[in-house]
Each structure stands twice: as C-alpha cells, then as structure tokens.
Design a protein around this ligand. Structure first.
Ligand code: C2E
Ligand code: MG
Ligand code: MG
Ligand code: MG
Length: 286
C-alpha cells in the first residue's frame, strides 16, 4: 500500500514538473516566434453600466493559439512572460492591437463605441518606454487617449516603486485613464490612492458572491465589504467596476449598493471583436 501511495505521489510530482518544464520551454523559446507568427490574439469582454445596462467599456484579454497545446489563457503564460521580460514586446503588441480595434469601433460607432481597457503588468509599469509605447499606439491608431484605460494590478504594480508612479503619472498626462485592477487583494498601503491620478477601481470576482435571498446585504460580511468599498470609491470620485457578475441577482444587488459598472458572464464572456459588435448593435437584452 505504501508503495502504491508513493507511486501515486511520484506520478503527480512528475506530471507537474513536466508541465512546468513544458511551460517554461514554450514561453521562453516559442514566445518571441509566436509574436512574429501571429499566434496571439485578443478577446474583449463587455463592461456594462449597472444602471441602464449599456456597454460602457471592454477589457482586452490576451490568448495564445499555441500550435501544439491549443488556446492558452493569460494565467498560463503572462507570469512567465513577466519573469523573462518578454512581456515588454508582447505588451507593446497588445497595446497596438487593442488601440487599433478601439479606433475602428470609434470610427464605426462614434459616441456609442466602448472605452478599451488594457492590462499592464508591474514590469511594464516600471519601464519608462511604456509612455512612448502608449503614445505611439494612440498616434498610429487614431484612438482618442481618453478612450484608453490602463488596468494596473494593485498587488504587483502599485508597491513602493517611485519609478512606476512616475511612469503612470506621465501616462495620465497623455490623457489616458488609470484603474486599479483586483483592488483589495494586494499591497495594503493605500497611499497610492492619494499619490496617483486614478479614474477607477475594479473589485475582483473573489469579493462577489451569490446573494443569499434569506439575508440582506447588511447581514452578509462579504457584501458589507463591497458596500464599504462602494462608499470609498464614491468618496474619492472613482468609478467602481465589479468583476464576476455572473447572475441578474448579483447585478441587482451591486446596483442597489451604488456600484457603477459590472463585468462578468451575465453581461458576456470574453469574445471576438465581431461578436462584441453584435452587443453594440443590439439594444441591451438584459
Ligand atoms: P483580470 O484583469 O482580473 O481579468 C478578468 C478575468 O476574469 C478574465 O480571465 C476573465 O475571463 C475572467 N472573468 C470574466 N467574467 C467572469 C465571471 O463572470 N466569473 C469568473 N469567475 N471569471 C470571469 P482571463 O482572461 O483568464 O485573464 C486572467 C488574468 O490575466 C486577468 O485578470 C489579467 O490580470 C491577466 N491578463 C489578461 N489579459 C492580459 C493582457 O493582455 N495583458 C496582461 N498584462 N495581463 C493580462
Ligand atoms: Mg482564464
Ligand atoms: Mg484586468
Ligand atoms: Mg481584475
């Protein structure tokens, strides 16, 4: 029996190290080529007003169509890209692609076109070249700077790095807006709320739970935290977006609490630009 257990443990360990080795290999060796070969693509997920359900923004989410492994999500390669520095060329491509798509929507749909959100990693935020990269992506695409919103993850990019604060400041000078992603999950020193010219905060889906019909928001600690953060955002004049809006009940409760925008499967999964346009053309079906 002991031998069996040992064998099972060995198999598990072996499979994991093997997957990690494959991952390291595919990322460090294949990723530069993957960029040249056009293996990355972006999907866009709707972000909707919780009040009138209109489409206000989209978040660009990167995927890798790997020739052997199939479509990989960002969790499978962004951390390694961040470690190796490949996030810099990949991030430049993401910015250019998202801005080009946003500008095409602006030309086609005018004032109904959604703002475009692009995720920025810590390494990108510390890189002075980011300011020029964003400038070029805007100039080449013709996207209005105010239509580009950068999502900065609290835990990684908003630590005590003077460098990233300077870079982010310079970006806001260009007219783009900044929002804190995964607010409340990372660095607990909130001085950046004072030091950075922010436009919004995004609550991660881990804060959002299905409302219990037997209990009011007041009786549920999780929802009381969301309520408190709603007040914080309002006090600071920041737009609050909740992620993980999977049901109408969640959308309703968030609206009642005064949360501005919602993102999640209830409004739509990450999808191709073409499918996203159907949402733009239709009246909200929700
Ligand atoms: P994030 O920025 O917090 O993005 C939201 C994630 O939540 C996305 O996962 C999205 O597919 C997922 N999601 C959306 N609606 C729901 C829902 O109703 N319920 C649940 N449970 N999840 C939902 P995805 O696409 O796998 O992205 C994961 C993370 O990878 C992102 O988290 C972001 O931090 C990072 N990422 C994605 N795209 C990029 C990118 O282009 N550049 C960089 N630097 N990071 C990216
Ligand atoms: Mg995923
Ligand atoms: Mg994000
Ligand atoms: Mg998030």
């Amino acid at each position: 029996r002991a031998k069996e257990a040992g064998g099972a443990r060995w198999t598990l360990y072996d499979a994991r190290t093997n997957a990690e080795a494959v991952n390291r290999y595919t990322v460090s060796v294949r990723m530069p080529k993957a960029l040249d070969r056009g293996e990355f693509f972006l999907e866009y997920q709707p972000i909707c007003s919780l009040v009138d359900r209109s489409l206000t923004a989209v978040e660009a989410l990167v995927r890798w169509r790997h020739p052997l492994l199939g479509v990989l999500g960002p969790d499978e390669f962004v951390p390694a890209a961040e470690e190796t520095g490949l996030i810099l060329p990949l991030g430049r491509w993401i910015l250019r692609e998202a801005c080009a798509q946003g500008a095409a929507w602006q030309r086609r749909y005018g004032s109904r076109a959604p703002q475009v959100n692009v995720n920025i990693t810590a390494r990108q935020a510390r890189n002075k070249g980011l300011v020029a990269d964003v400038g070029r992506a805007l100039a080449d695409s013709g996207l209005e700077p105010a239509m580009l919103q950068l999502e900065i993850t609290e835990g990684t990019a908003l630590g005590p790095h003077d460098e990233s604060l300077r870079v982010l400041d310079a970006l806001v000078d260009k007219g783009v807006t900044l929002t804190v992603d995964d607010f409340g999950t990372g660095w607990s020193n909130l001085a950046y709320l004072r030091d950075l010219p922010l436009a919004g905060l995004k609550l991660p889906s881990s804060f959002i739970t299905e409302p219990d019909p037997g209990r009011s928001a007041d009786e549920d600690v999780g929802w009381r935290i969301v309520g408190g953060l709603t007040t914080l955002a309002r006090t600071l004049g920041l737009t609050l977006t909740a992620e993980g809006v999977e049901t109408a009940e969640i959308a309703d409760r968030l609206r009642e609490m005064g949360c501005d925008w919602g993102q999640g499967w209830y409004f739509g999964r990450p999808t191709s630009p073409r499918d996203l346009e159907e949402l733009l053309l239709r009246r909200p079906p929700w």
